[in-house]
Design a protein around this ligand. Structure first.
Ligand SMILES: [Zn+2]
Length: 91
């Protein structure tokens, strides 16, 4: 059969389950060290994936999974900005 593509999946840093990449949020660290939400999926830099679910975000923060994934210390301010950027809420 032609045209059958495997759906690319990524693991969520929160629930640690595999999901369709397209349904996930990509958080990327630029080579300059800035964190941002990658809505296009095309930003360069190291990326981490999350479900579009604030519980997954909070678990990932609490368990320091972003820090492990990016191998760097992340300021609370950065988390607040990401949280606001992804979920449009302050906390
Ligand atoms: Zn999740």
């Amino acid at each position: 059969m032609a045209g059958v593509k495997k759906v690319p999946e990524r693991m969520c840093l929160g629930c640690q389950k595999m999901h369709n990449k397209k349904d996930m949020i990509r958080i990327v660290r630029s080579p300059a060290g800035d964190f941002s939400v990658d809505v296009t999926g095309k930003k360069s830099g190291r990326g981490a994936y999350l479900c579009h679910n604030i519980d997954c975000f909070n678990v990932a923060v609490k368990e320091h999974r972003f820090e492990k994934s990016f191998k760097s210390i992340i300021d609370n301010k950065v988390y607040d900005e990401l949280r606001t950027g992804i979920f449009q809420i302050d906390r």
